[in-house]
Design a protein around this ligand. Sequence first.
Ligand code: ARG
Ligand code: ZN
Length: 872
Amino acid sequence: MTAQQPQAIYLEDYQAPAWLVTHTELDFELEEEQTLVRARLSIKSNPESGGKRQPLVLNGHEDMELLRLSIDSQVLDSGDYRREGELLTIANVPDQFVLECVTRLLPHENTALEGLYKSDGMFCTQCEAEGFRRITFFPDRPDVMSIFKTTLTAEKSRYPILLSNGNPVASGEESDGRHWVTWEDPWPKPAYLFALVAGDLEVLEDRYLTASGREVRLQIFAERKDLDKLEYAMESLKKAMRWDEEVYGREYDLDIYMIVAVDFFNMGAMENKGLNIFNTSCVLAHPKTTTDAGFQRVEGVVAHEYFHNWSGNRVTCRDWFQLSLKEGFTVFRDAEFSADMNSRTVKRIEDVSLLRTAQFAEDAGPMAHPVRPESYIEISNFYTLTVYEKGAEVVRMVHALLGPELFRKGSDLYFERHDGEAVTTDDFVKAMEDASGRDLTQFRRWYSQAGTPRLNVTDSYDEASGEYQLHISQSCPPSPGQEHKQPYHLPLAFGLLGMDGTELRSGVLEVTAEEESFRFTGLNERPVPSLLRGFSAPVKLEYDYSDAQLLMLLRHDTDGFNRWDAGQRLCIRLMQEQIDAYRPGAEPSVPDALLNAWSELLLDEQLDPAMLAQCLKLPSEAQLAELADTIDVVAIHEVRKGMRKVIAEALEQQWLAAYQRCDLKDVAYSPDAESIGRRSLKNLALGYLMSTGREPWLELARQQYEQSDNMTDQLSALTLVVHSPHRESADELLQNFYLQWQHEPLVMNQWLSVQASDPAEGALERVKQLSEHPVFDAWNPNKLRALIGGFCGQNPIHFHNESGEGYAWLADWILHLDRQNPQVASRLLTPLTRWKRYDAARSALMQKQLQRMMDTPELSADVYEVVSKSLV
Ligand code: ARG
Ligand code: ZN
């Protein structure tokens, strides 16, 4: 390793900033060839950083050109400062001073999409986590909070809209066709929350009256062609604002709230103060072009970014190791919001499914890290399922342990105590402790220990005394850098049921020891335990259920989540047996008991269709892969496909009946929970019907494709036909869909994904061809995720083809993308990092590609970190 290898930074090395920036004035001259930034920083030494005067050290990206630097109007020459890598150091500075700095940027050449860049002709920014250092020299760390005043100047005809954080306070026109606007944000904030936008944009406007009677102007900006796709985001925003007042007592704090939709964006969206910038995929919604899942995503992400105004902006992170302070808490908040707006149980099932497949896989892989990581090389690599989703589960457990009232008391205390501060996850837990009087010392291990804990549960029953006991033991496998884990403190929600489904007991057990037993008396029969209700802790729970017990829970559990989970456990067990015994050509089977139970569910018209759809879905291939010791992609795929066919044929008439029952013909599309539930059952039923391979159902799917008035039904039908053996129909519909939607980029992403995940032979050839297709754009992250992410993540049998060509194709792309957009390159790499989970031949081929990347000079820190940790 040479000295140039990117270096890790450590939480334990944290030091308070030596210098504070009280005020930041920024002047942008936005031009076609370059942007000039004049920054004026009011700097003073930090009384809390420990006495002795230190040199001023600022962050600044290497690509940024420094034109002028002065202190208190005295221009510095190159001997007065040192620029080394990402750092600029000025040795001798007074105690308090004004630093002025002029930098030149080339936004049109910025393909990394961090800092200031162009998206479809408009200027926009992305500063989290460390993008501000690509705009000017600054202490680019979240514990330096400053009051920003920003002036944007640009040609008026090209950029009539000029936006930044806070409120507009002045504007004017120049004689040469340029105009300018000044924005002031009264709330101190870290640089990562800075944003600007300049472009020719249309706006949807609305107003919101806060609980205390202040009027807030709401604006959502997008390109003209998308103006008809903004209403749903606006409705979602107003609901989120109301909800945060009602549930957390949090009001909005500026006169304007703006959202801007941009097509080139590395992530989902960003909570910049008063000026959220969104990936179009998370804000645009229209029945004709957006699926139900898309609508729900818009609602959830709009709420998420809005909720950050308190959990993230008013109270922010001290350092990036604390990322989950804002992300875990905010994901918990948005999940509860979505649960209140829609079906609580379905939302929970969806979130837990994601956690169990992707987060558990992350925990079991080379990049496993605690919710509060201890070190990182590139922080962008830690915007992970662990920090976000597991972080949210940790907050959910606090909620479960304290109960809703004390939790609210704790969040009130947290916001009040730390308003305007940059704090740690420990401060969050402390506020919860102080408000509730509970001791969460042991609970804090959830922040510091990585890996998925296992709970092993056995029970015993004494007929004579009527005493029943649950014996619980916990453990957690090693993860990188953590051989041994201490026991966790966790809430275990449970019920005890009679074999006829009567609920005999229920409650929440607090598990703290490595092994412990809980005693229940006065039980006249041996109960069936319903364990970990609502998935009350992010663990793998093992209990040796009989099939009969699981079928009983599937029918009768009063906890909807566990009802679903019982069915999943049963299916997983059946599928695993057949996967282990798999031989090519083997005929999968499904026991009558399961078919009968499903049939009964399908006939139960009382059941909520959304819930029914969840219960009748077989565990995904990704879920089965996560659970396998060694992942056999072919066996998993074939067994699941075969079982679907058996179930489809056995219950064919009932699938048809469910399809017809849920058909919302003649009713205008609405993305409400009930209609979404009906469409999900309808399309699930259509999927099973298609699995029979029978001609009439192909016709039914084609008919649905042609006649539907909404993207959910159209895309479901398209996907089913494309993923069926009916090649001719598939090609015909794909061509038809393309002609209909070629001018809608978000719909074209779907078109790419459907093909990328097509299990038919020749998949790699098809994606290679699609990468040459005019709708594909290798500079656009959404397109890359749709095609490359779609193939490598959603098409396991082809990505993992034993030739190794899929691996090589991905590695070629990573090496290419790493030079233009390291964040996206690093993310697309994930499937290769799991090489140890596959058979020897495949893992050797995957490892070979990782090694090839490792041997490539000048990798970005992003890709270097993931590749080097994967090869350990
Ligand atoms: N804070 C954003 C959110 O709401 C995510 C931004 C992450 N951006 C990045 N480049 N890593 O979750
Ligand atoms: Zn967030």
